[in-house]
Design a protein around this ligand. Structure first.
Ligand code: UGY
Ligand code: MN
Length: 247
């Protein structure tokens, strides 16, 4: 909702950011047509990855050429056909995919209003380990596991948890009142999209009310904690860099 007094929940800090939907400005990016794309997070903010929100118009599509960048995607609603090399599948809401560096990807025939979140980063190969494989899947088929033993805070790990993969894409779902069990402080960076519900996100020394549609960037070592509030579950999609050496 537009504020008549120029207020917004959006806050861009040095080590974290909250981007509320009221400030979104769409741009046209190479390889993406018939769509508006909001670059929510990228290097200009201080991040080492990019988080994009693509909203397709009928007849839109996207082609990502093979290169050093890897891409993973999640369909928040709608859906489209996804082709990665010889793999092709129709994804609906909750569909997700991973395009390894060095492989091309095509997204075609999106349903009207399809919202697709993309995370992109430069792939870091691991000596002696084969490159990660392409993945196309459905979040609805991935079991949510209790997080550190809490059945009210469930984590769906969408991509294979293997050394070949240098990123993770997960969905975290909290029942009302459930929380992250402690204030996490870690080297891994996060990009996050609130998919449903409401909550309070602690980022460094600030506490923010958050709701579905909000995006968050957490730099390495950004202190982070979440509590779900309201009467319905809260869930978020998030990116994390994983499985690589500290130095
Ligand atoms: O995987 C994570 O680091 C996750 N527990 N962080 C978060 O939800 N902010
Ligand atoms: Mn974390």
């Amino acid at each position: 909702m537009t504020s008549p007094f120029g207020q917004t929940r959006t806050r861009i800090a040095t080590r974290h950011a909250l981007i509320a939907p009221d400030g979104h400005v769409k741009s046209k990016l190479p390889g993406i047509r018939g769509a508006g794309t909001v670059v929510l997070i990228n290097q200009a903010m201080g991040a080492r990855f990019a988080q994009l929100l693509v909203t397709f118009e009928p007849g839109g599509g996207a082609e990502f050429a093979a290169g050093e960048i890897e891409t993973c995607g999640y369909f928040e609603n709608g859906g489209a056909s996804v082709t990665i090399g010889s793999q092709k599948a129709k994804c609906g809401a909750g569909g997700f995919f991973f395009v390894p560096a060095g492989e091309a990807c095509t997204i075609s025939t999106p349903a009207r209003g399809t919202r697709l979140t993309l995370f992109q980063k430069k792939f870091e190969p691991l000596a002696g380990v084969a490159a990660p494989r392409a993945v196309i899947g459905e979040a609805g088929k991935v079991k949510g596991e209790p997080f550190l033993g809490d059945p009210d805070a469930r984590l769906q790990v969408l991509l294979p948890d293997e050394p070949a993969f240098d990123l993770a894409m997960n969905v975290f779902t909290y029942q009302p009142g459930a929380t992250l069990p402690f204030v996490e402080t870690h080297v891994m960076e996060h990009g996050l999209l609130m998919l449903a519900g409401h909550g309070i996100y602690r980022l460094d020394d600030s506490w923010y009310p958050v709701a579905s549609g909000d995006a968050i960037w957490m730099a390495p070592y950004c202190a982070q904690w979440f509590a779900a509030i309201g009467k319905t579950p809260a869930s978020y999609l998030y990116y994390k860099d994983v499985n690589r050496a500290a130095l």
